[in-house]
Design a protein around this ligand. Sequence first.
Ligand code: PSU
Ligand code: MN
Length: 301
Amino acid sequence: MNPYLSLSPEVATALRDNRPVVALESTIISHGMPYPQNVQTALRVEQVIRDNGAVPATIAVIGGKLKAGCTPEEIEYLGKKGQQVAKASRRDLPVLIARGEDGATTVTTTMIIAAMAGIKVFATGGIGGVHRGAETTMDISADLEELAQTPVMVICAGAKSILDLGLTLEYLETKGVPVIGYGTDELPAFYTRHSGFNVDYRLDTPKQLADAFRAKLDMGLQGGMLVTNPIPEEYSMPKDVIARAIDEAIAESRRLGIKGKATTPFLLAKIKDLTGGDSLASNIQLVLNNAKLAALTAREL
Ligand code: PSU
Ligand code: MN
C-alpha cells in the first residue's frame, strides 16, 4: 500500500469488509466555516453518515500523512487552526508530505486520497469551478480537472454563484464529467435550489446513482461523477439576498486584489459576514443533507 496513506482502524476495517464508507473533506472545516460551528458540523456530518449505515472518513493531511479517517481531536485541531492550516490542493501534496506538514484537503485532494484508499463516495457542500471573470484571470478550480480524472462520486449542493455556473458546466462537459441532478433537472446553486441551468441527467434514487457510477467504473472510463443535490426547501435562502451578498463579496475581493487560492475562502467568509450568519445555517443543513444521500448511495454501491 501507498506508504504515505494512513487509514483509521475503523475505516481500514470497513474497507476490508467491503462495508460502505463516505469520504469527507477538511477545507470545509478549516476554511469554509468559522470555529466552533465548523467542528460541530464536521462531527454532526459524521454522525449522520453513521445513522444512515455507513462509516465516515474525514480526510486531511496530518504530519505529512494522508489520513482517511480523522479522530475528533484531529477535527478539533483543524477547525481551531482554521485558515492557519494550509489549504492543500493537488499541487501542494508533494511538499507538504516531504516536510511532514499539515494540510486541509479540498475537493481535489479529498478525491485523490479517497481513491488511494478505495473509497468511492464523497459528500461535501459545494465544489470549486470556473470563477466569474475567468476569461481574464484564468481562475478555474483544480476540482474540475480532478473530477475529469479520479474515480470518485462527489455529492454536493451544486456550486455557489461566486462562480460562473454556465462556464463551469461547459468545462465539465468538455472534460466528460457526468453532472447529475438528484430529483431535479436543474443545477442547484448551493444556497438556492434554482440556477436557471439544466443538468445532464436527473436521477431519483440512491440506487440509480450507484448504478450509473458502477457502470462508469466497470467500463474503466476515467474520472468521477458529480451529483448535485438541492438544499432542502425550508433551509434555502432568498435569491436576491444571496445574489447581493455574492456581488458585494466579489467586488470587495477585486478591490483588495485577492488572487489564487485565497479567493474562494475570502468570498465564503465575506458572504457569511454580509448575510449575518443566515448563510452559515443554510450551509450546515445542505452538508447534512448531502451526507445522508452519500451514505445511502455508498450502501447501494
Ligand atoms: N465552495 C464552497 N465551500 C468550500 C469550498 C468551495 O462552497 O468550502 C472549498 C472546497 O474545499 C473546494 C475549494 O474544493 O474550496 C475550492 O477552492 P478553489 O476555488 O481555490 O479551487
Ligand atoms: Mn482558483
